[in-house]
Design a protein around this ligand. Structure first.
Ligand code: GDP
Ligand code: MG
Length: 315
């Protein structure tokens, strides 16, 4: 197979060519050629902004992957182009699902032409890594209408999804036991649509009521997060669910300050990463052989005071 040149990758992405999309994602995922990765993003960026980025988060086993199978099939049937990104999973259909179930899901994805990609997450401080942001841009420029991102269901990466996604779906359900309070702690503030999955199971209505009550006590913004009950095994509740996703898209589109805020957050991260990259080698070089440092040690100057003194010389 011929190796694609950067300009072929860029053109292929804009044409919606899957091989070019996959190559492009591999370039931004691996750090071996930063210049190439940056060039791809620079050239495709003017063609981004169409897709709705939908983040799906919730505890492991709650049914996120099953849900994505249903969502992407339903949206595809309506004529939309769907891409799926699974963070930190060898497949988005690993976890609790049975093998047969997993194979059926993948079949339905390929039947409807859904593009699927798994990414390892190596973000600083446990947040989502830069490659996730870049991957979403590539999928956006390639003509996706919806980009569905499934997070791991534990920790910082799940909260960071609010910075990446236009619409955050928080999935909860019956049977979470006492853990529910810990799970809710971080996640309640980031959801735009709350979905109670497994409505066929006992305790689903209680779970739904619990979430509604928690939301009723939360501070109110202009968007009131709805709570929808679904059964992902038979598709019950999905029409109402998809309606809410589309409603939230219209809400975001009519509030340009939200887009601005997202851009500002991304810019701030990019600047911090750039500064870190730039100063890291300078600092270790500066510290490696420095008479002044030896003196600081001899004088028993504490690291805070020493750093304050030295920062002025490096930066
Ligand atoms: N009873 C019931 N089981 C479900 C439902 N949705 C998903 N499951 C099952 O829950 C298990 C975990 O699903 P999965 O999608 O892998 O969860 P994830 O870890 O959140 O991605 C699988 O065995 C699914 O078949 C539902 O609505 N009702
Ligand atoms: Mg999963």
């Amino acid at each position: 197979m011929k190796v694609l040149k950067i300009e072929e990758i860029v053109q292929g992405i804009l044409d919606g060519n899957r091989r070019a999309v996959s190559r492009g994602i591999s370039v931004v995922e691996n750090d071996y050629d930063t210049a190439a990765a940056r060039r791809i993003i620079r050239e495709i960026f003017p063609h981004t902004g169409h897709a709705q980025i939908v983040g799906i988060t919730g505890p492991p086993g709650i049914g996120k992957s099953t849900m994505i199978g249903n969502l992407s099939a339903t949206l595809s049937k309506k004529g939309f182009r769907i891409s799926v990104v699974a963070i930190d999973a060898s497949s988005p259909f690993s976890g609790g699902s049975l093998l047969g179930n997993r194979i059926r899901m993948q079949e339905s994805l390929s039947k409807y032409g859904v593009y699927m990609r798994s990414l390892a997450n190596r973000g600083l401080n446990g947040g989502l890594s830069r490659s996730v942001w870049d991957t979403v841009k590539i999928l956006d420029a390639s003509g996706s209408d919806y980009i569905i991102v499934e997070t791991v269901g534990a920790g910082q990466a799940d909260l960071d999804i609010v910075n990446l996604a236009d619409t955050v779906i928080v999935v909860l359900g019956p049977g979470l036991g006492d853990e529910i309070q810990a799970i809710k702690a971080g996640i309640m503030e980031i959801g735009h649509v709350f979905v109670i999955n497994k409505m066929d199971r006992q305790g689903a209505f209680i779970a739904m009521k619990d979430i509604e009550e928690t939301l009723a006590m939360s501070p109110k913004g202009e968007w009131k997060p709805p709570v929808i009950g679904v059964n992902s095994l038979n598709g019950e509740g999905y029409e109402a669910f998809i309606e809410k996703i589309q409603e939230h898209r219209s809400f975001v589109k009519s509030h340009s300050d939200l887009t601005m805020r997202k851009f500002r957050t991304e810019l701030q991260r990019t600047i911090l990463e750039e500064l870190r990259r730039r100063f890291e080698s300078d600092i270790s070089h500066f510290l490696s052989d420095n008479e002044e440092i030896k003196q600081l040690v001899r004088d028993k100057i504490d690291p805070y005071s020493a750093a304050e003194k030295l920062v002025k010389k490096i930066a």
